[in-house]
Design a binder for this molecule. Structure first.
Ligand SMILES: Nc1nc2c(ncn2[C@@H]2O[C@H](COP(=O)(O)OP(=O)(O)OP(=O)(O)O)[C@@H](O)[C@H]2O)c(=O)[nH]1
Ligand SMILES: [Mg+2]
Ligand SMILES: [Zn+2]
Length: 299
């Protein structure tokens, strides 16, 4: 007699899937033809965070059904036109950058912010390695604070402000993402040493991370909630964003758009553009506008 068990995908190992069901963790196969409950997702591929129903026949299990996702964080797969899912059903994302090394790239931060907005995932900006000095990032962090994004400066090494991170996590499923070497795994080890995640060093020649974490993994916290450690992302292509959605992901642009002369203004070079006027007047940060303009061209 088959037994049906509901659980959450916590890791993908090639054709095998690790599913957490209550206290037990099962390694099972994925059926070639999975049944996706409605509404069917954009990317029909199992990913960590997916809620599934497994059919167990004795010791052997197979994922049969995938339940609808509450959120799906997508990017355009590198060198491809297909969407790639980073994780399913996360409700908040910590966008982790280092204060100095590897040098934080605002363009990448803006991409993450757009993707989170699109996916309906709350985004928080975490600047790790505060022990390296915050002068560099303090030049631009106020831009993001004034837009309403929570900004937390911490150090996994010294433990500075780690309590702020810990308090965010219970009862949430939190994705840690950011470039390789920013310290995502180090932060998770500082939150809960029991994770014992492998931590890498920065390349001496490039100052970049060396891609130590190779697979996204969902991990339960002893005090409730789940976290997802992810491999560092160099690129983050935005997936299928139309102009309106892109505009909505930039709150400072969306706020001015109704005052533009043309209803379909793209805020690039149109006459009577209230967004460009605000950039000129120093009311919208020019780098943010440059990110917007760059993303608009990508499609
Ligand atoms: N100075 C300083 N170094 C840190 C801090 N946190 C992490 N590091 C160092 O940064 C390097 C990279 O840390 P990881 O935790 O492996 O970074 P990651 O973001 O998980 O990188 P990937 O798994 O490659 O994506 C290691 O050498 C850590 O010791 C910090 O707060 N301060
Ligand atoms: Mg890592
Ligand atoms: Zn405009």
């Amino acid at each position: 007699m088959a037994e049906m068990i509901d659980g959450t995908v916590i890791a993908m190992h090639g054709p095998l899937v690790r599913v957490q069901a209550g206290e037990s963790s099962l390694v099972v196969a994925a059926r070639r033809k999975l049944k996706w409950l409605e509404p069917a997702p954009v990317a029909k591929r199992l990913v960590v965070g997916d809620r599934v129903t497994v059919r167990m026949e004795g010791e052997d299990g197979v994922v049969e059904i995938v339940h609808p996702r509450t959120t799906a964080l997508l990017r355009r797969a590198p060198q491809s036109s297909r969407p790639q899912l980073i994780a399913a059903n996360v409700d908040q994302a910590l966008l982790v950058f280092a204060a100095k090394a590897p040098a934080p790239r605002r363009g990448l931060l803006d991409r993450f912010l757009v993707a989170c907005h699109h996916a309906g995932v709350d985004a928080l900006i975490v600047i790790n390695k505060a022990d390296q000095g915050l002068d560099g990032v303090n030049a631009w962090l106020p831009v993001y604070r004034s837009l309403g994004y929570p900004v937390i400066t911490v150090s996994a090494r010294t433990g500075r402000s780690m309590g702020q991170i810990k308090r965010l996590l219970p009862e949430h499923t939190t994705l840690f993402c950011g470039p390789s070497g920013a310290g995502k795994s180090s932060l998770l080890n500082a939150v809960y040493p029991g994770f014992r995640l492998k931590v890498g060093s920065l390349s001496e020649s490039t100052g970049k991370g060396t891609h130590t974490t190779t697979m996204a993994e969902l991990m339960p916290l002893p005090f409730g909630g789940f976290v997802v450690d992810t491999p560092g992302l160099k690129e983050f292509g935005l997936w299928n964003l139309d102009r309106r959605e892109l505009e909505a992901a930039f709150p400072e642009i969306a706020a001015r758009a109704p005052e533009c002369r043309f209803a379909d203004c793209a805020h690039i070079h149109e006459p009577g553009c209230a967004v460009l006027a605000a950039v000129g007047a120093g009311e919208i940060d020019p780098e943010r506008h440059a990110s917007y303009a760059g993303f608009l061209e990508e499609d």
